[in-house]
Design a protein around this ligand. Structure first.
Ligand code: SF4
Length: 238
């Protein structure tokens, strides 16, 4: 999702201290539970992470990791992607799904990189957002994992966890990103995403969360409120 000017210019508001303390406890417990949590996409350079992140939309990181080694052998640089032919690129990434749109994004992104940034991935949110196929989520993945600049990348797991844990009431990823930025200290932002992704894959899964084995269930307003079909149970009388 592309950012709006309003989102880019928005200032962080001070969060409720009680909520901040609860957020801190959640972070500490998840950090203890997943001490090795880290980016699941394989990459050697910022450009490889950029390509892998674009391919990871609506696709598992494991699948992307199967596709990228061959892809980077065939197209080892932004210049080689920029001069690729879309019809030739599509079969190489087909197994990651949505391959036409992803091929288009890879070509447009690589061409902007070559034309505007000399083939180097830029290091600011503003510049990253000028690249084709790059929204705030991808930009934050790049900032946090390739450049060590804190960022909160709201993917499906991070969004789901933020909502179930009552850290954000919004569905819009940009609003969730800002709510989390207000609750957690900057030096936790990138790792918070890895922790939420790990927990979202293993315990707080999309269909039916495993609240009975969740290390933060005592801090979670949604704990044990899901029916067997995976829906939130309705309160009696409603
Ligand atoms: S208690 Fe249940 S809903 Fe809440 S974070 Fe844990 S698994 Fe998810």
């Amino acid at each position: 999702m592309k950012t709006t000017n309003a989102a880019a210019q928005r200032k962080l508001k001070p969060a409720d201290p009680v909520e901040k303390a609860r957020a801190h406890k959640i972070y500490s417990l998840l950090a203890r539970e997943y001490p090795d949590a880290k980016a699941a996409l394989n990459f050697n350079t910022p450009f490889e992470l950029l390509v892998a992140t674009i391919l990871s939309a609506q696709c598992t990181d494991a699948r992307v990791n199967m596709v990228t080694p061959g892809l980077f052998r065939k197209y080892p640089s932004p210049e080689s992607f920029a001069s690729a032919v879309q019809a030739e690129l599509e079969p190489d990434i087909k197994s990651t799904g949505f391959y036409r749109q992803k091929a288009k994004s890879l070509l447009s992104c690589s061409r902007s990189l070559v034309e505007k940034f000399g083939g180097q991935v830029p290091k600011t949110m503003e510049e990253l957002l000028t690249l084709g196929g790059v929204g705030r989520k991808t930009a934050n993945v790049l900032l946090g994992n390739a450049f060590g600049i804190p960022g909160i990348a709201v993917d499906t797991h991070v969004g789901r966890l933020a909502q179930r844990l009552g850290l954000s009431k919004d569905e819009d990823p940009t609003k969730i990103e800002f709510a989390l930025m207000e609750l957690f200290p900057k030096d936790h932002w990138t790792q918070l995403c890895h922790l939420f992704m790990s927990h979202g894959r293993k315990v707080c899964v999309s269909r039916l969360p495993k609240c009975e084995v969740c290390c933060v269930s005592h801090l979670c307003p949604s704990a044990f409120k899901f029916s067997k079909s995976g829906d939130l149970k309705k309160k009696k009388g409603k």
